[in-house]
Design a protein around this ligand. Structure first.
Ligand code: ADP
Ligand code: MG
Length: 136
């Protein structure tokens, strides 16, 4: 079993797609280990995305991620990290495969509905950043 970290981003919560996205996650065999709705502060969003701080879109990304409530989650499954990335689809919804969450719910490369950890090291950092009480 492996754990990963995910966020249903503010665009998807605002559009009323949180339930549909969560349903897809559960149907794909993930167990919800932790879940909390939060409205991120600028500082929390900056810390979470610190690996992107040199990217030109960093400021906008931080504004977007703190623009409204989001749903933070720890998910468990076999091959959870890569499995969730497959379910999410490509970062840019224009390139996302049919049937993926981003293809069906994302509006743009920035407002792309869902986050998922991309590797074991980032999953460990991201889980402990938002759910320090959950064992890795
Ligand atoms: P992913 O979320 O697929 O792992 P990245 O880690 O590359 O993608 O980027 C983190 C987030 O930053 C993306 O999910 C998206 O919200 C935003 N982002 C990525 N690339 C761009 C871009 N070129 N312009 C605006 N926002 C972007
Ligand atoms: Mg990423």
């Amino acid at each position: 079993m492996e754990k990963t970290f995910s966020i249903i981003k503010p665009d998807a919560v605002k559009a009323g797609n949180a339930g549909a996205i969560l349903s897809r996650i559960e149907k794909a065999g993930f167990r919800i280990v932790g879940l909390r709705m939060r409205h991120l502060t600028t500082r929390e969003a900056q810390g979470f995305y610190h690996v992107h701080k040199a990217r030109p879109f960093f400021g906008e990304l931080v504004n977007f991620m703190s623009s409204g409530p989001c749903i933070t989650m720890v998910l468990e499954r076999e091959n959870a990290i890569l499995g969730l990335r497959d379910l999410m689809g490509a970062t840019n919804p224009a390139n996302a495969a049919a049937g993926t969450i981003r293809k069906d719910f994302a509006a743009s490369i920035e407002a792309n509905a869902i986050h998922g950890s991309d590797a074991p090291e980032t999953a460990a950092f991201e889980i402990s950043y938002f759910f320090p009480g959950i064992e890795l």
